[in-house]
Design a protein around this ligand. Sequence first.
Ligand code: DGJ
Length: 733
Amino acid sequence: MSIVFDQQQKLLTLATANTSYQMMIDDLGFLHHLYYGSRTGMQDMSYQYYDFDYAFSGNPVECRKERTFSLDIIPQEFTSFGVGDYRLNSVAVINSDGSRAARFQYVSHEIRKGKYAIPELPAAYENGDEAETLVVTLRDDVTGLMIRLYYGVFEKKDIITRYTEFFNDGNAPISLEKAASLCLDLPYGNWDLLHFHGKHCLERQPERQPVGHCLTTVGSDRGMSSHQHNPFIIVCDHDATEDHGDCYGMMLAYTGSFRAELEQNQINAVRVVMGISETAFSWTLQPGESFHTPEVILSHADGLTALSHNYHRFIRQNICRGKYHLAKRPVLINNWEATYFNLDEDIIYGLAQEASALGVDLFVLDDGWFGARYDDNAGLGDWFVNRKKLPNGLPHLIEKINGLGMDFGIWIEPEMVNEDSDLYRTHPDWAFASPNRTPNFGRNQLVLDMSRQDVRDYLYGCFSMLLRENNISYVKWDFNRSVCDIYSNALPPERQGEVVHRFVLGFYDLLDRLTSEFPDVLFEGCSGGGGRFDAGLLYYTPQIWCSDDTDAVERLLIQGGTSYGYPVSAMGSHVSAAPNHQTGRIVPIDTRGVVAMSGAFGYELDLKKVSDEDKREIKDQIEQYHQDEELIHQGLYYRLTDITKKLHYTAWQMVSEDRSKSLVNLVVTDPQPNPAPLHIRLKGLDPNALYEIDEDEHIISGAALMNAGYTFPPMMGDYRSLQMHLHRMKNEV
Ligand code: DGJ
């Protein structure tokens, strides 16, 4: 049993293979958070805390005489504003009388078999009987606002999921102004925050900083999870490394505006609160109504690598769904960087012919195939084939490409509309715009109001017809601007605070309808590259285009940063042209292959301009990828170098879960004169086994490779790379 209630001590303990999580209901009904971390069994962890009179930290009326109990001091599971806790709060309300207080006390709890689901939102699922659910109900007795705290415990995977349901059990409306998914108090320790910031073309760069007494916030108010910040953070011991130290991961499965807030209080305890961004958010709960927050996926591990492994496994097995989530992915070619908008049937078919000769499995027709789409000024919203570019229509082109032995995929951008489009001319009120204001443009486009059922029905009609009438086996779903001017013409003024979240719910609704109706289609998420790289989207699309920066050297940073929380199988990654279109850098074709192969692999370049020698290399890469795909996508991923330090090389390694096979990847980004030997300790191998190394036919023990390391030959020249395969020979050294 992974959830245990100790009736006498009023303790609720959640147990996973290597962690414990404990809370306690006190005599007044307050829900204390006692512990989360390495396993402590069923030990009552309340021994860690003392009552003490802290000045200016007031007391609930029941203990005002002793003055040693304060909501401002005790660690709690969920906290509220206005009743004596001055720290970060998890909920803010405006009650019908205008007051802002809410005080939550325990009502009941329930332990259930299986994993809960969340209405209208993505949520982790279980495979077989691998999860249990705890629901703790708290209530504010004055207004009747109830909070149901949900915990999903995946014992073997060291994962605990959380989400919050707010239920109005009173008889007057209550306005939610903040509704967090998670509050986690870390009462003791010396913590760093590791978060992932970036920009278009350089997403998810790790930045590590001490958690201090000031309020630290990571988040997005762009209506999307964003290029700038990712809804995944790690709070780790100040001394934690890849291999050791307390590391807590917190990942919000949400594609919209979000917040992760951290603060160290006056007695050095740290509180983390995570959920939907409160900017422009409010939600009126009428009596009898519920509001459901997105889910947070929590994990604790000893070291950053183990934490990453927990997330990689969980995302692959418990978040991603559908035919492709564990299956081999097709090697694709995308025409975007080969043609941009300049495409027609001959150009596309010519590219496809070249690609099929090299063994590519799938051709993806990117932006520019529909409406009056000759550049990015027009056409979005008119999802009908452009007959000037493709006079014989899509079915004809697809048939020709299928005739080459390749599947066909297509690009769409459902939530967007150009002013210059028939859709906008017919329905200008479907685009977000505040009354009496001209909306802001991004890439010349406006954002459709996805909170409206009629908008979603129109889009569903377009794309379900596209997928029904054509033999399409892959869809790239793009989103090319940040959202603003959020205002829905379909809702009254007092409900406009709901639109920012309803926009995301509407997006999920459309995704859900299309992915359910077309289960054999592989959907790839995208947002100008990796602007919506989050667990919420991965629930619908098992891979996401990682970045519009296809430069292999830049991708070392982008994919490396992404790897802290997300598996390789989720990262769309292509070999593109040299010089690279984003940076002008010239990287050899084999190195471009090594880097792109650590992802959902593909190509994105004009094969007509590629030399015969490079074509031979591409053919070899595709063959190798097919051989290694299982190891790359399902294996354990190790960062062998720290991408936050400016080393002159980057190395990473995949090891199969049974430790019989491994692939080591190395790229020298900055060649050195008179180079010192490049010496790296490998990881994750079986210390008692012998491994054959394919490059030099050596046989070396796992213990030696991990404890003493391996010395690579010096490499001269620009951006040289190598891959080394290891095969376990026998189990005794
Ligand atoms: C942004 C994507 O990330 C690119 O790959 C490409 O699809 C363009 N949009 C097309 O407009």
